[in-house]
Write a new protein. Sequence first.
Length: 282
Amino acid sequence: MMKLFGKRLFRPRSIWIRKIVQWFFFLLIALISVNHTLVENGGGIPFLSTASLHALCPFGGVVTIYQYATVGTFVQKIHESAFVLMIIGFVLAFLFGPVFCGWVCPLGTVQEWVAKLGHKFFKRKYNHFIPAKLDSVLRYARYIVLAWVVYVTATSGTLIFAEYDPYFALFNFWSTEVAIGGLIILGATLVLSLFIERPWCKYACPYGAVLGITNLFRVFQIKRAESTCKADGACSIMCPMNIAVDTVKTVRDHQCISCLECTSEAICPVAKTVVFTTGAVK
């Protein structure tokens, strides 16, 4: 049972289908990445794609927008598939918010797995090491990263972010394609995940910064019914992104990843109080 201020509340649950989706995409990307290496060495698994991760990353479509609009070509290493995935990612985000971040991204999933160790080590202190005021400022750092990546890519015509991308490093750490910078950032991300949940997502991910904006106007919103809310803070305590769900009627925070772990289907003890809907709640 979960306890809050010494009182028993309820048994924590989760959106189980999200775990299945996360495992599916982690294994899929891992298999495709390994297969890409095998193909380069004369082997390969027949039924798997031989594409590299650059062809499977929707952020690749974002950084090549300028060159595609002005010249009609893609940035080096970026494939048309990345552009298509970018469009799909935007459509999903406009409808449901950053579901790519909370349900699909393998790097986000790995950070969550490491977070389980952090929870065991630090208990309720976990994910609360950084002072709130400093944390609120650091959360905008990923927009600086986004601006830098887009600018440098547009002006140089090269995929500069590949040298620092922990996602690429995670699924290519065994190959010679990975830059030392990417491995260092990946290592730092995993270590920080022992203290902070999803540190890369919160403070540095440029694609998360792009998708996070859709929280302001997405179709399906996370809403809280004030009439039935106990205001015990359970939804906020369990939020991996430290969003104070119990203080707002509608979650429009740019950090929300649409994981739905705050909803009545997962952690809220009162049915139909924190819901994922297009309509109004009382």
